[in-house]
Design a protein around this ligand. Structure first.
Ligand code: SAM
Ligand code: SF4
Length: 365
């Protein structure tokens, strides 16, 4: 038996080693085995859930005034200094070392940060972060998506609650639907293979627009995500008026031959339906449904650097004092791991307990 060739390749810092065993007497390969040295173990809680996914809010500020979120627009309550670049770098390094491989930038409107590109580049340079997503209201998408993509954004969610331009204007305070839709086309042009659209399901505003959204996914790899309106500290009246369960639309689709896609092992709480005649898909995020929390796979960081274990929880601890220097990493990781012990098995939304979330602009949805 003869030589033993080793082929290695570095992909995002993950060393893949392929060993090929060659029998020189007969001149060809007799065995091949591949090893991918293990990634850091993924953060887990006491309920058997793993957390490979971090939602990072980088600002509370927003230029839109969506009726369910910031109906009067953003009003600064006190002078805040949102996480700075060096703090984001240290934060991401710690989470990456704890097994996080997906980060979503959110807000407020994350793209309002003047250093948005630098933030994206900094996170993208972290070798264990393989998926860097953003959620945006689509403001200036068309003009900037190429730069954002080049900087490292490789997954995109755009929030569009209605495909009726007038209703969109009324709901968000901005008459920008056509240019946001152009921005989505531009995103495909610059190389995104698929794009997610978030639509908060609102009684009488978009629950009668299933056909328009279906038409949108017919020929494009777009995934519509209907999100059930969530009650927050600020929006009780609005919630009572406009909340509608997602099950009605879901049943309509099932009756038309849509089927639930198999769930990936690391999938979050969304249920996604597909249909052979449609290139895209339609999904539902129904936080009031039974077992919603069972598949929770995400943690959140507020724009002021607090770790929030649940969108609707009261527990949150500031990490900011440990984000100042690279030599604080061990302490920072220990604090994050310790906090996971306090993650509750479920939220208490059904009991009207919205936790400490006044509106989702402070924590990013
Ligand atoms: N400004 C960006 C945007 O709108 O895409 C990112 C932040 S926004 C808070 C993130 C997502 O949360 C959006 O898709 C928004 O529609 C959703 N959202 C905000 N308030 C909500 C609520 N009360 N219930 C359900 N979804 C909500
Ligand atoms: Fe702004 Fe997004 Fe809230 Fe609308 S949902 S007000 S775009 S933060």
């Amino acid at each position: 038996m003869g030589g033993n060739a080793v082929v290695s390749r570095i992909w995002k810092g993950v060393l893949e080693v392929k060993h090929t065993l060659i029998d020189h007497s007969i001149g060809h390969e007799v065995a091949r085995f591949e090893t991918t040295p293990s990634l850091p173990p993924i953060l887990a809680d006491n309920h058997g859930r793993q957390f490979p996914y971090l939602r990072l809010s980088i600002t509370d500020i927003c230029n839109f005034s969506c009726d369910y979120c910031l109906p009067d627009g953003y009003k600064p309550s006190f002078k805040k200094t949102f996480l700075e670049l060096h703090e984001i770098k240290n934060l991401v390094a710690a989470f990456a070392a704890l097994g996080t491989h997906k980060i979503r930038l959110t807000g407020g409107e994350p793209t309002l940060r003047k250093d948005f590109i630098e933030i994206v580049q900094t996170i993208s340079a972290e070798q264990n972060i393989t998926k860097l997503a953003m959620t945006t209201n689509g403001y200036k998408l068309k003009k900037n998506i190429q730069k954002w993509h080049e900087a490292g954004i490789n997954a995109l969610n755009v929030s569009i609650d209605t495909l009726d331009a007038e209703r969109f204007h009324k709901l968000t305070g901005h008459d920008r639907l056509p240019e946001i839709l152009d921005g989505i086309d531009e995103a495909f042009d610059v190389g995104f293979n698929s794009i997610k659209i978030n639509a908060v399901l609102l009684k009488g505003i978009n629950d009668d627009q299933l056909e328009q959204f279906m038409a949108m996914v017919k020929h494009k790899p777009i995934s519509i995500r209907y999100i059930e309106l969530m009650q927050t500290g600020d929006n009780l009246d609005y919630f009572n008026r406009y909340h509608v369960a997602a099950s009605g639309l879901q049943n309509k689709l099932l009756a038309q031959g849509w089927v639930a896609k198999p769930r990936a092992s690391d999938a979050g709480p969304a249920i996604e339906l597909s249909h052979p005649d449609y290139l895209g898909s339609i999904g539902f995020i129904a936080p009031y449904s039974k077992d919603f929390c069972t598949n929770c796979n995400r943690l959140r960081i507020t724009s002021l650097g607090a770790l929030r274990l649940c969108l609707f929880g009261n527990q949150g601890v500031s990490l900011r004092h440990l984000l100042q220097h690279a030599d604080q990493q061990d302490e920072l990781k220990a604090l994050i791991e310790q906090q996971l012990n306090f993650k509750a098995s479920s939220h208490f939304l059904a009991l009207g307990d919205t936790g400490s979330t006044a509106n989702l602009s402070t924590i990013g949805g």
